[in-house]
Design a protein around this ligand. Structure first.
Ligand code: MRU
Length: 347
């Protein structure tokens, strides 16, 4: 990837404003928690792993913003920042996971001085940043084995370098196959209503010179019927213990169509996306977005004034529609209750 999605530079988070892509490549330089929260809520930075790392740097900002000399106040400030960040987007577990990891680490080091705690926060956020890079390459290396020569692949939502620190999960698998000399053609769902597929996947795939065709979400079933699709591959925002997977709205429908047409359906995600605290997808909180994202998408009114709208940002694909989950420790398949905990031990 010739551009960097997200970076810690001179005490600030430098990130691409993804709402402006594909027509404008602009970087934000964020040194304030409120501004970061706005960027996460409004999808200037988005994608489960990317918002996890952004929120980790948010905890660093919280530590730096804190004018406190009193340890108790400093720790209370971090607690507040953690709750504030976790409320920005509820579905992707990576965000809460990263914030909790930093909070827990600070609590375990409560005896250190405030300047040392601030330094530890930066080191830990940088460690998460580096790990995400490494994890995505490993997901790519495992997943690319599923991709045949001359593959036809369907994907949904952006899961590439823009959705992570670098490289990506589901798109990372495609990059890895491409790098290994496999010829590959990607059918890209536009991903209504915010068009992460059209705006972001098409942009990334063009940069990597990978052959891609953009389709509206409602064309995927027809594409599966007419073209010999080898597999569907998507990312995840939260995976329950039983393998039920929350991902961008439209993923469930894609999985249903894939099952009907006998197309294998894979999920690619880091182990940090697995929420071992919940048994099944019923428990996954689903973010609902503003109605205006549907009625006034990208500034143009496309529904009558006052139209009643339902706007879930994610759906849950039941595990029985999933052929396997590609993680950094390998490709996991049913029974997930048994296999997913093993993946934790192998990291
Ligand atoms: O609302 P978004 O754009 O943050 O949703 C992103 C997705 O649903 C991705 O598929 C998921 O986060 C995996 S990204 C590697």
């Amino acid at each position: 990837m010739p551009v960097t999605t997200l970076q810690w530079v001179d005490g600030k988070i430098r990130m691409i404003d993804q709402t402006l892509l594909p027509t404008e490549l602009k970087y934000l330089h964020i040194d304030n928690l409120e501004v970061l929260a706005e960027a996460i809520r409004n999808l200037r930075v988005r994608g489960a792993p990317a918002i996890g790392v952004a929120a980790a740097f948010g905890m660093v900002l919280a530590g730096q913003q804190a004018p406190y000399s009193d340890k108790k106040q400093f720790l209370a400030g971090l607690d507040n920042a953690a709750s504030f960040l976790k409320a920005t987007r509820p579905t992707a577990v990576n965000l809460a996971w990263a914030v909790d990891r930093l909070l827990k680490g600070v609590r375990q080091r409560e005896n250190l001085d405030i300047p040392d705690l601030k330094r530890w926060l930066i080191d830990e956020a940088m460690a998460l940043y580096g790990q995400d890079r490494d994890i995505n390459r490993r997901i790519g290396a495992h997943g690319e084995k599923l991709i045949p020569q001359n593959a036809q692949v369907v994907t949904h939502c952006n899961t590439g370098a823009l959705a992570t620190v670098d490289y990506g999960t589901a798109l990372g698998v495609i990059y890895s196959a491409h790098a290994n000399g496999k010829k590959i053609h990607v059918w890209v769902d536009e991903t209504r209503p915010l068009l992460q597929g059209a705006r972001l996947n098409m942009w990334e795939l063009a940069q990597e010179n990978i052959d891609a065709t953009l389709i509206c979400d409602n064309m995927a079933a027809m594409v599966m019927r007419k073209h010999k699709i080898d597999l569907c591959i998507v990312g995840a925002d939260r995976i329950a213990r039983n393998g039920d997977t929350a991902n961008k709205i439209g993923t469930y429908g894609l999985a249903v169509a894939a099952r009907h047409h006998g197309v294998p359906f894979y999920v690619a995600a880091p182990i940090s996306t697995i929420d071992f605290a919940i048994a099944s997808g019923v428990e996954i909180p689903i973010e609902e977005r503003a109605a205006s994202e549907i009625t006034h998408g990208f500034g143009r009114q496309t529904a009558p004034e006052g139209a009643k709208v339902y706007a879930p940002a994610f759906d849950v694909t039941p595990v029985e529609l999933i052929s396997g989950i590609i993680t950094e420790s390998g490709i996991i398949s049913s029974p997930y209750e048994l296999q997913l905990p093993k993946s934790l031990k192998n990291t």
